[in-house]
Write a protein that binds this ligand. Structure first.
Ligand SMILES: *[C@@H]1O[C@H](CO)[C@@H](O)[C@H](O)[C@H]1NC(C)=O
Length: 631
């Protein structure tokens, strides 16, 4: 009892030292269970750089999926405070790929309303998808970005199952959104995640139908430069490199490339003939190897160090070898600095502070997905009940558009193979210019985006928002005589003029009301805390009188800031009369150290793994692990 009191006292003192951030810690109910616990009210530069009108309503934090293995998924939700009619009742989930790459790429460099400047402060991104619906960036599977857990997923079945759990918990936290239309969006390796999750949502809806449980209202999929049919896509590397002028048939290594290309071709033929898991293994070394070797062979040793390799995400750019694009986009250092800042982690309501990595090799190495068929095999059935939009920036090498077009040509759905002659190729006109082309038939839409990289919303923020309009068929089709037919989308209506109408104003007062409420709550909480502190101080004095010989053991701490509380807790544990596992005391300590400053062991091996070069026999995964990331 006395030790518990002391524990309480120290927690209160921690709260007193930083009243706002710790206002809702374990003392008054578990943090991270109520919507208010996730509200984001400050970020470096937020009010300084962004007009109040544009500041989105934000929620972020690590949502508990499973208590038994401590799995938490980090999400960051952005809603427009002045929602247009078309943005109402829509929830877009965005996933980056990897596997193991954080969706903070998407949030802070692509589709989100915030970007990070050179001072590691947020600035506003005019071309943000939150104007088209609420957008939520989710770090998954466990271990990715700010998400964590004691176990890593080793196949896509696990990934989809955990994402379904995430959705259940998410909509329990935001019940007002539970009937929203859901759009699953993402990029690259998310071309594996998204179709699997969509299929799982569909299966779940069938399952819960009879139990009167509300269905997830899945509206469609938006996949950017997706890694969907890896083997077929592997066949595109050599043709794409030739077309882009990266290699010439007169180059000394041309024969070598052809040989690798043929090996990939044989693997693809085999997978079509056998349709077995082993033949279809998502990561087929022979096909992935074509790109790895291509980057190696085209390395320019005479160029400056940071120019030696072609950028595999944008063939018009160069990077050092063997990064070959992993140092790009140029915002990445600022974003990393921003997300590694303790203050920012606090602003984002992290329960467990964790060093943010854009991509984590540990997640990738666990999720080799050899036990799952590539997601393209799900398409024929999915397309019977789901709209799918595939968009491809045409400068990307790793998931290039030639591979996508080849994959669609081979895809059998709705009784035909590839697009039929009834599906014309439309010029994509936006703001008066032709910025790409589009083809669609029977729930599948393919969009080629000109002058865009692997990360389309990075290069073309405003244009990329129109992809949501493409999914919702908010466009005009023009069939002029003697000219190519055109699909016309429209610039986003400017919302910076203040005549945004009654509904906008209403929303605004509603959301600022939420903020006010939050501040009031924390004020009340602080008053209670103060009262408790008084009691506790009295308790400590009483304790001190009784245990005069003991206090040094309690107060003794390491002076190295972060570990301080852990050290103190260890100390206490040694003194604890009851050291049995699972005792209430131990649980209290665990909770305390976790909510306070525990550095997850996960982060530490993860960092090690990132620099680890694996053995030669695993050439593709190991020799240059970086090249493997389809982010
Ligand atoms: C396309 O999807 C809708 C549901 O969104 C479905 O009703 C329709 O049958 C599908 N079309 C085809 C050709 O499968």
């Amino acid at each position: 009892m006395i030790l518990l009191l002391v524990l309480l006292a120290f927690q209160i003192l921690a709260v007193a030292a930083n009243p706002i951030k710790h206002a809702r810690t374990a003392l008054f109910g578990r943090r991270g269970t109520a919507q208010q616990d996730f509200l984001v009210t400050s970020l470096p530069g937020l009010t300084k750089n962004i007009p109040e009108h544009d500041i989105p309503l934000m929620f972020a934090g690590q949502l508990e999926l499973y208590a038994n293995n401590d799995t938490h998924y980090f999400f960051w939700k952005f809603s427009d405070r002045h929602k247009s009619a078309e943005a109402q009742n829509k929830t877009i989930f965005w996933l980056n790929g990897g596997p193991g790459c954080s969706s903070m790429d998407g949030a802070l460099m692509e589709a989100g309303p915030l970007r990070v400047n050179g001072q590691a402060e947020v600035v506003y991104n005019e071309g943000s998808w939150h104007k088209k619906g609420d957008i939520i960036f989710v770090d998954q599977p466990a271990g990715t970005g700010f998400s964590y857990g004691q176990e890593y997923d080793s196949d896509l079945a696990g990934v989809l199952w955990h994402f379904l759990t995430f959705l259940e918990k998410y909509f329990a936290l935001f019940p007002e959104d539970a009937e929203n239309e859901i759009i699953l969006a993402g990029e690259s390796y998310a071309g594996q995640y998204i179709p699997y999750i969509a299929q799982a949502i569909h299966d779940r809806n069938l399952r819960v139908e009879k139990d009167n449980v509300p269905k997830f209202n899945l509206r469609g999929l938006l996949i950017g430069n997706g890694y969907i049919a890896p083997n077929e896509q592997g066949l595109s590397y050599v043709p794409f490199a030739v077309q882009a002028g990266l290699v010439k048939t007169s180059d000394p290594y041309w024969q070598k490339l052809l040989e690798l290309h043929e090996r990939c071709q044989r693997a693809v033929d085999k997978s079509h003939a056998e349709k077995s898991l082993s033949a279809y293994a998502i990561v087929n070394k022979d096909c992935d190897r074509v790109l790895t070797v291509l980057l190696l062979l085209t390395r320019d040793l005479l160029a400056a160090e940071d120019q030696q390799c072609v950028n595999m995400y944008d063939y018009t750019l160069r990077d050092s070898y063997p990064s070959c694009g992993m140092n790009w986009p140029p915002d990445l250092p600022d974003v990393s600095k921003f997300l590694r800042d303790d203050k920012v982690m606090g602003d984002l309501n992290l329960i467990a502070h964790k060093r943010w990595n854009e991509c984590l090799g540990l997640v990738l190495n666990h999720l080799r997905a050899k036990l799952s068929m590539p997601s393209i095999t799900l398409f024929p059935e999915l397309l019977q009940h789901t709209e799918i939009v595939l968009f491809h920036g045409n400068r990307d090498i790793i998931c290039n558009y030639l591979g996508a077009e080849g994959m669609i040509k081979k895809l059998k759905w709705s009784g035909h193979e590839g697009f039929t002659s009834d599906a014309p190729v439309y010029d994509w006109r936006h703001d008066g210019s032709v910025l790409g082309y589009v083809q669609m038939e029977h729930n599948l839409t393919y969009v080629n985006v000109f002058d865009a990289s692997h990360m389309v919303p990075f290069d073309k923020p405003e244009l990329s928002t129109a992809l949501v309009d493409v999914l919702y068929k908010r466009y005009d089709l023009k069939h002029p005589k003697d000219e190519k037919p055109a699909l016309v989308t429209h610039l986003m209506a400017s919302t910076t003029d203040d005549n945004s109408g009654a509904s906008g104003t209403e929303k605004e007062s509603e959301s600022s009301g939420a903020v006010e409420n939050d501040q009031q709550t924390s004020r009340v909480v602080r008053v209670i805390q103060l009262a408790v502190i008084v009691v506790i101080v009295w308790g400590i004095c009483a304790l001190y009188a009784t245990y005069k010989s003991k206090p040094t053991s309690i107060i003794k701490t390491k002076s190295t800031g972060r570990k301080k509380n852990v050290q103190w807790a260890d100390q206490l544990e040694e003194d604890a009369p009851d050291k049995k596992d699972g005792s209430f005391f131990k649980k209290a300590i665990n909770k305390f150290t976790k909510s306070e400053s525990a550095y997850l062991p996960l982060g530490e091996d993860a960092i090690e793994m990132e620099h680890q070069k694996a053995s030669d026999d695993d050439f593709i995964i190991g020799s240059d692990e970086e090249l493997e990331h389809h982010r």
